[in-house]
Design a protein around this ligand. Structure first.
Ligand code: ADP
Length: 176
C-alpha cells in the first residue's frame, strides 16, 4: 500500500530489503558494525565486502545512532546502518531508542541528499521488540518526518513475511 503525505510517499511492501531500488536501504545493524544474522547478514552477503570494509573504518555505532556506507553490489547506492535497542521490558528507554534509530537514519539520508529510502522492521527479529509496538514507533516517526519536511520523496517499509506486512498495514490505517 502507498499513502501520500504532503509531497512524499510512504509505502509498505512485503519483500526482501536487499532487492530494493531505493537510493538507500537501512540495515538493522549491531553496535560493532561487523555484520551478523538476520537482515544484517543478508545485506552484507548481497552487497559484498566493500560494505564491511567501510564499517570497519567507521568503527562502532551507538544504539539509536546511524552511519552510512556504500551499497557495494546492491541496487541501492548507500546502506545506512542503524542500531535499534535490544528489547528487555519496554522500561529501559526502548521506545525512545527505536524512535532515534528511525529519526537519525532519516536525518542522515536527508543530509546526504538522498530522496528514497527503504527500512526493515528494526529490532523486531533477534532484538525481540514486540512487532505491533515497533510498527507504531516506526510509522509514527516516519509520518511525522514526512509531515514536517519534504526533502525525502519516498519512505518504503520492506516487511519480511506476510505477518509483519499485515501488522504494519493495520497500524498505518490507525495512524493516518
Ligand atoms: P534486529 O537485531 O534489529 O532485531 P533482525 O535482522 O534480527 O534485526 O530482524 C529485523 C527484522 O528484519 C525482522 O522483522 C526480520 O524478519 C527482518 N528481516 C530479515 N531478513 C530480511 C530481509 N532480507 N529483508 C527485510 N527484512 C528482513
Amino acid at each position: 500500500m502507498e499513502i501520500k503525505i504532503n509531497k512524499s510517499i510512504l509505502s509498505l511492501v512485503e519483500g526482501d530489503i536487499t532487492k530494493q531500488d531505493t537510493e538507500a536501504i537501512v540495515n538493522a545493524a549491531n553496535k560493532s558494525l561487523r555484520g551478523g544474522g538476520g537482515v544484517d547478514g543478508a545485506i552484507h552477503r548481497a552487497g559484498g565486502p566493500k560494505i564491511l570494509e567501510e564499517c570497519i573504518k567507521i568503527g562502532e555505532c551507538e544504539t539509536g545512532e546511524a552511519v552510512i556506507t556504500t551499497g557495494g553490489n546492491l541496487k541501492a547506492r548507500y546502506v545506512i546502518h542503524t542500531v535499534g535497542p535490544v528489547y528487555r521490558d519496554g522500561l529501559h528507554n526502548e521506545p525512545k531508542l527505536l524512535e532515534n534509530a528511525y529519526k537519525n537514519s532519516l536525518g542522515l539520508a536527508s543530509s546526504k541528499g538522498i530522496k528514497s529510502i527503504a527500512f526493515p522492521s528494526i529490532s523486531t527479529g533477534a532484538y525481540g521488540y514486540p512487532l505491533k509496538e515497533a510498527a507504531e514507533i516506526a510509522l509514527k516517526t516516519s509520518i511525522n518526518y514526512l509531515r514536517e519536511r519534504d526533502d525525502i520523496e519516498l519512505v518504503r517499509f520492506v516487511l519480511f513475511g506476510q505477518n509483519a506486512h499485515e501488522v504494519y498495514e493495520k497500524k498505518v490505517r490507525e495512524l493516518v
